[in-house]
Design a protein around this ligand. Sequence first.
Ligand code: UDP
Length: 331
Amino acid sequence: MAARKKILITGAAGFLGSHLCDFYVKKDFHVIAMDNLITGRLENIEHLFPLDNFEFCNHDVTNFIHVTGKLDYILHFASPASPIDYLKIPIQTLKVGSLGIHNCLGLAKAKNARLLVASTSEVYGDPEVHPQTESYWGHVNPVGPRGVYDEAKRFQEAITMAYHTFHGLETRIVRIFNTYGPRMRLNDGRVLPAFIGQALRGEDLTIFGDGSQTRSFCYVDDLVEGIYRLLLSDCTEPVNIGNPSEISIGDFAEEIIKLTGTDQKVIYKDLPVDDPKQRQPDITKAKVLLNWEPQIDREEGLKRTHAYFKSLPKDELTTTAHYNFDKYIIR
Ligand code: UDP
């Protein structure tokens, strides 16, 4: 029997990381799941602990990373990933996107492993090109509240490309657009858990701004499949992975109200600083190069996600409700 492929997943206890762990364990890879549990949760991966092709390593990737024996692949997914998180821990956000990726690249070079890094639609900032193609360079405010995340991700792309061109390292860069599904944290401030949490608690849904800003939501299983195809492809340029089905946040709130059957209303709050007005991936490249496009529409994806949030213990729903957005919202 051929030896199992070995893959290191950083940020493994987070929303995306944990779904990647499930996927690669099922594919019979040996998965090393690394996380320092600042924003990740062990509950997301504890069902994998008994398996012999899974191991968990509690480690902060901004420090030297040691892995014994061979290593075939690295997926660098460690990072706070919501505006509320990176507002709370801006320095860690910058460190994991700079020191963290540097350690991962050094490890990949030492082991001759292929590295895929999680980038984001945030590299396009508040985009002036719509939909966003990979050739667009973006419109980012480096010193605004989102700058710590956006610039860390842009640096990640730059250093990853430099290791590819200078050291000949096998690298892949995925630009991930808004993704949703089970295991999103109720208190991460992102719009989907915020709205569903509010609906389930019987609170009004908070729309920031007038709700005309748009996003395009991709179900997590589709994203994981796209990442898998990109990793195995020979495409070293960045590739958008996301669902092009675009919706305004106002209409999205209405969809959640219908889905949850709540009789709550929407209320309007100030728009966060530098909140992108529109976002929609152009996925032509993924379609052509990876033969990938999303399979799960929003109706089905939201049904599955709603079922997950409904299954959470009641006290989890009630203790995670309220954030202080005051520092984040200026206009
Ligand atoms: N949003 C909202 N109400 C909330 C949380 C978010 O209207 O309770 C808005 C937010 O201002 C943004 C959109 O929903 O325009 C998506 O926000 P999220 O934080 O999920 O993702 P990102 O802005 O990073 O795409």
